[in-house]
Design a protein around this ligand. Sequence first.
Ligand SMILES: [Zn+2]
Length: 203
Amino acid sequence: MQFARGFKKDCDSIVVNLRAELGVEDSMPIDMDRLGAYLEIPISSIGEHVETLGLDPESECVSEIYKKTSALTWFVRHRRHFLYNERHSAPRHRSNLAHEFAHALLGHPPEAELSREHLRLIENEAKWLGGVLMLSTTEAHRIVSRGLSHQEVIDRHLLSKEMLTYRINVSGAGKRRRGDFEGFRDLPGPAPEGHGRRVSRPY
Ligand SMILES: [Zn+2]
C-alpha cells in the first residue's frame, strides 16, 4: 500500500505547525518530553513499571521485554500512553519516541483493529513522520546546502548517523551534494517498523 497522495507534504506541514506551536526552530531538536506534555501523552519507562510491579529486573521475563521493546503505545480507553526502553542510547530513544508520536499525530488506531496490510501502511507512515520530527525536510536541505559537518548535525539534532543519512537521502537533500554525505552513503536507513515490537533498530 502506497502513501496517500500528498502524505509527505502533509507530514512536513504537521511538523512545521507543531514546531511553531512549541516555539522550536527547525535548527533545534524537539524535546520529546515536552512534546509528550504538550500532547498530553503520559510517557513511562520499562524500568518504572518493573519497579512498580515489584519484578526482578534481572529475570528472564524482564530481560526479554527489554530485548524486544524499543517503545510502544498502549491505550487506556481512547487515551494513548507511551512505554519506552530506557536502556537505549539517547538518539535511539528520541527516534523511538518520535515514531510513537508520529502514530499519535496521524491518529492511528490501536494495531489490533487493523489488517496486516493496513498495519504495514501505518508503520511506514509513522516511520516517515517520525523521521521528519527528528529532522525536518527544510533543515535537511539547509544542512546539505551549507555543507555542515556530520558530527555538528548529529550533535545539534541529537541524531544517530543512520537517522541523519536516512533523512538526507529520503528528503532529496542528498541529491544536491551527495559527496557531503559520502561516508554515510552505504549505511542502511531505519528498517520498517513492527509496532512497538522491534527486537533491534539500527538507530
Ligand atoms: Zn509503530
